[in-house]
Design a protein around this ligand. Structure first.
Ligand code: ATP
Ligand code: MG
Length: 749
């Protein structure tokens, strides 16, 4: 993906152009005191991303100067996060503790230069001496110690002769500086603790401000990128490196804004609290904003990186809407993962007039035929649909099965409800229905109009799965603490039914369960008896997120979709339309959003839909092509009518013309106002499905590309798309993609 130039990249380019450095070296320097979170992902994507973009390298450095909080399990989690995001650090993992000897020597050097001293004030006095933002500080009497005294004391501190807090090594800078951090900052403190790598060797440990700049220097880092809260530390960073008069080149620090996301907490300390109090199941709980949590939830590394890129690199702190992250994963999975059918809340349907059984071949990628991959859907007299897809007393606008309204079983037949069977409590337990033999998807001649297609599974072959539905862990946008936990953040469904191919074929780990959302086969607890699937994200933006936070600044919009909370809220009417478009008609949120928000478009859409009950096909053309025309015109000024659009889409659906040709026909309709069927006939645009016409073209393409044929036959399956593309081109876009696909497949064997 193309990176836009942010201010950090501009700095790096300038430095390279000016010849300041031979090579860009960055580092990612976490403190191994907790699992990395999405904020770290941001830092990883910046540091590793910049190094990669400019042909340099990035180090992974554990900033392990605080022996009491660090642990190797965190080191492993940090390494795992970097690798999972697709980056590689240079050489071995580094540790600040690798440099403890050298850092100690640098401290001695500073003492020798008269630039550091051992202070022995008690904590309280030291704090009082520091002054305030409005009051200058006052230097400790101990600052008058001679170089020899300081050297001796510091040595004895190192040897463990003193208690913690008895002495401390400080830089001698300026107790009157307006930057409080420069008022003789602490460089080394006494700690009698076991270090997870250095063991008992040290009784003194360097402070961040001393260790960080020097570790960067030792590693040859050129750009030390950190978050804004270190802005005031930059002066110390520069002071230490300059005062030691190190051989150039030296690194410089650059700050960017920390990533914050609403509805969650981010700091490792707060996350640790949730883990330790058992509020979540562990660091990899799918509700946590940890990398391990996202991984377990089913997020892809690509989605996290795309998210990090979409929010940009800022110089001012702000809150990012979690919807933007949810958008990123949805956007990534939308085109990638197979679509299958799962029934969350099964309701039995018996088709009284159906006997025997059959299998129906259905594409895993119905949105992207000719993408390869199909599965067999068993079909018989007994099926299950979702309880929510039947309503005995529907309100207006309910488009699914009712006692008087037929519905299509996706990929299969239209069914009509004949009888509703209830238990003693009046709960519907079964539906007796009839199927329409001539209504099969793809060869429907029934003429029956339905308003939606619903998912279903065949009763004898369906597999029971457990589904874990996760919601946000906190119910408030900026959680204060444990009181703000959302008590309903996990709902477990133990008896969902899924079509058998998902389990036996295992076509992927991630799926779109049609009309439900994206799901992930849990990598840890997945069992053979009852497989477990985790909901990654829904198909549309969560409707819980309606209010716009006043603090929120408009940010880089993600591509395509408008995110709730950053746009004018919908009116109640628009919202109702949006809901029915997405829930009843199965439109994606982007298309539904476009239609629902525009009265002209939704009116046009409704009228076209009346002429042809093909909600998705019509919605696509209305929200794109028709919308473009209506930008500058009223409906009455258009040369084509909703009926004409329905007629055009009908031709696409019965494969008279391809989608591509449909666009061409549409342009003609816009100009001349001619009827689409007439356009197709007079221009000879009918789709070519006849093998006798297509086969010679395939032969021609193969003859022209003998190398590719050979490679394909040797196993390079990726070339399949090339052949299909060439043949379609040779038909001038008129070839029937399905037929071409099939014929190319046969020809290439
Ligand atoms: P936390 O407060 O969550 O413990 P931290 O800043 O102490 O985070 P470190 O492990 O010390 O985390 O940081 C490693 C790197 O990741 C640092 O360069 C830090 O600036 C960066 N980083 C940490 N949190 C964020 C964030 N929310 N956004 C961007 N970068 C972050
Ligand atoms: Mg920290």
């Amino acid at each position: 993906m193309k990176q836009s130039k942010d201010f950090l990249r501009r700095v790096v380019e300038e430095d390279l152009n000016a010849g300041r450095y031979q090579e860009v070296v960055t580092r990612f320097p976490p403190e191994p005191n907790g699992f990395p979170h999405i904020g770290h992902a941001k830092s990883i994507s910046i540091n590793f991303g910049i190094a990669k973009a400019y042909g340099g390298h990035c180090n992974l450095r554990m900033d392990d100067t605080n022996p009491t909080t660090e642990d190797t399990q965190y080191v492993e989690a940090l390494k795992d996060a970097v690798e999972w995001l697709g980056f590689a650090w240079e050489g071995e993992v580094r540790h600040t503790s690798d440099y403890f000897d050298r850092l100690y020597d640098y401290a001695v050097e500073l003492i020798k230069k008269g630039k550091a001293y051992v202070d022995s004030l008690d904590e309280e006095t030291m704090r009082a001496y520091r002054g305030t933002v409005t009051e200058v500080g006052r230097r400790s009497e101990y600052a008058k110690r001679t170089v020899e005294e300081n050297l001796e004391l510091f040595e004895r501190m190192k040897e463990g002769e003193f208690k913690e807090g008895e002495h401390i090594l400080r830089a001698k800078i300026d107790m009157t500086s307006s930057n409080m951090k420069m008022r003789d900052p602490l460089l080394y403190r006494i700690r009698h603790a076991h270090h997870f790598r250095a063991g008992e060797k040290w009784a003194v440990y360097p402070m961040y401000d001393f260790a960080h700049c020097l570790s960067d220097y030792i590693e040859g880092v050129t750009h030390s990128i950190c978050t804004l809260e270190f802005e005031n530390n930059r002066d110390i960073y520069d002071w230490v490196l300059d005062t030691l008069e190190l051989t150039p080149p030296r690194p410089y620090q650059h700050e960017f804004a920390r990533l914050n996301i609403n509805y969650t907490v981010m700091s490792k300390r707060k996350l640790l609290e949730l883990v330790e109090n058992g509020i979540v199941s562990g660091w990899d709980d799918p509700r946590l904003p940890t990398i391990a949590g996202y991984k377990r939830r089913g997020y892809t590394p690509e989605s996290i990186l795309n998210f990090c890129e979409s929010i940009g690199i800022a110089k001012a702190n702000s809150m990012v809407d979690v919807a933007q992250l949810e958008f990123a994963i949805r956007d990534d999975l939308n085109t990638k993962v197979p679509r299958v059918m799962c029934v969350m809340d099964p309701l039995k349907v018996t088709l009284t007039n159906y006997n025997g059984s059959e299998t129906i071949e259905a594409s895993y990628y119905p949105h992207d035929v000719p993408k390869e991959g199909t599965r067999e859907l068993p079909f018989s007299k007994e099926i299950y649909i979702d309880r929510a897809d039947f309503d005995e007393n529907p309100s207006k606008g309910y488009f699914r099965l009712t006692p008087s309204q037929p519905v299509r079983l996706k990929y299969a037949y239209i069914i009509t409800c004949k009888e509703v069977i209830k238990d003693a409590n009046g709960k519907v337990i079964e539906i007796k229905a009839e199927y329409h033999a001539d209504s099969k998807s793809g060869s429907d001649t029934s003429g029956i109009k339905v308003k939606s297609a619903i998912q279903w599974v065949e009763a004898n072959h369906a597999k029971t799965i457990e589904v874990r539905l996760y919601d946000r862990l906190f119910k408030t946008e900026v959680p204060e603490g444990i009181d703000d936990i959302n008590p309903n953040s996990l709902k477990i469904i133990t008896n969902a039914l899924i079509e058998p191919a998902v389990i036996s074929d295992k076509p992927d780990e991630r799926f779109q369960f049609e009309r439900e959302g994206y799901f992930y086969a849990d990598p840890i607890e997945y069992r053979d008896a009852t497989p477990i699937f985790t909901k990654i994200v829904g198909l549309k933006e969560s409707s819980a997120k309606k209010k716009k936070s006043p603090k929120q600044e408009p940010k880089a919009q993600p591509k395509k979709v408008q995110i709730e909370g950053e746009v004018v809220p919908m009116t109640a009417k628009e919202q109702a339309l949006f809901e029915s478009y997405t829930k009843e008609l199965g439109l994606n949120s982007e298309v539904a959003n476009t239609l629902a928000r525009d009265a002209k478009l939704s009116a046009f859409y409704t009228e076209a839909l009346d002429a042809l009950p093909s909600p998705v096909g019509i919605a696509n053309i209305v929200s794109n092509e028709v919308a473009r025309e209506l930008k500058s015109k009223e409906i009455s000024e258009l040369k084509f009518s909703p009926k004409d659009i329905a007629e055009l889409i009908k031709m696409v659906e019965d494969e008279t013309i391809s989608t591509k040709i449909a666009k061409q026909v549409f342009e003609e309709m816009v100009k001349s106002g001619a009827n689409p069927t007439q356009i197709v006939q007079s221009k000879g645009l009918q789709q070519i499905s006849d093998p006798a016409l297509i086969l010679p073209l395939i032969e021609e393409v193969m003859a022209k590309n003998p190398d590719n044929v050979e490679q394909y036959r040797a196993g390079n399956q990726k070339l399949f798309g090339f052949f299909v593309g060439q043949v379609l081109k040779a038909t001038k876009g008129k070839g029937n993609p399905k037929v071409v696909n099939e014929l190319v497949k046969q020809a290439l064997v």
